[in-house]
Design a protein around this ligand. Structure first.
Ligand SMILES: [Zn+2]
Length: 183
């Protein structure tokens, strides 16, 4: 028999090697400094990883590997903890990345600021504006934090631009859809 049995190792070992080979964030392509590992979109802590002692071979790992991603801490927080946020933080971040020339650092600042503002507004039970216009017409003005107010105002306007684009895109989509329905 020439068929060689593939050596089995605990999953945690494969993950450790995997972690060492990842150089860039799977979401934003930033050079990785501190790595967050996720499995199917959920963060798996170092301690939890160390306990993954299921024995698998290289083939098993190739399958399992597809569920894992290495993210920078920023994206890890963003994608795994911000799903239920006051603002569409993920959409906003992607908008800044795709549609503006902002640097990674500036984007991060905008996102952090908006996230903070969202928590602030949510804690006071202030409803989010129902249309993009509401981000420009100062209707949230009375509830903005009293420190760094202008910074929050700027972030809000930027978010308004993103929301406006969103509205136009979905309106266009609706239009295209109704046109194609005719033919
Ligand atoms: Zn990232």
């Amino acid at each position: 028999m020439t068929v060689q049995q593939l050596k089995k190792r605990p999953l945690s070992r494969f993950l450790k090697d995997f972690k060492h080979t990842q150089t860039h964030c799977a979401q934003c392509a930033k050079l990785l400094d501190r790595i967050t590992l996720t499995r199917r979109g959920e963060i798996v802590s170092k301690t939890a990883i160390a306990q993954l002692d299921t024995l698998i071979d290289e083939n098993g790992w190739q399958v399992e590997r597809q569920s894992w991603a290495a993210l920078c801490r920023f994206c890890g927080d963003l994608y795994c903890k911000e799903q239920q946020h006051y603002f569409d933080i993920i959409g906003f971040k992607e908008y800044l990345f795709d549609q503006t020339e902002m640097s990674h650092g500036t984007i991060r600042e905008y996102v952090v600021r908006l996230r903070r503002l969202g928590n602030h507004l949510a804690s006071q039970n202030i409803p989010a504006p129902s249309s993009a216009k509401g981000y420009f017409d100062d209707s949230l003005e009375p509830w903005l934090p009293t420190t760094s107010t202008n910074n929050y105002r700027i972030a809000l306007r930027k978010y308004g631009q993103f929301q406006t684009l969103n509205q136009n895109t979905s309106a266009q989509y609706q239009e295209n859809k109704s046109t194609s329905d005719i033919y």
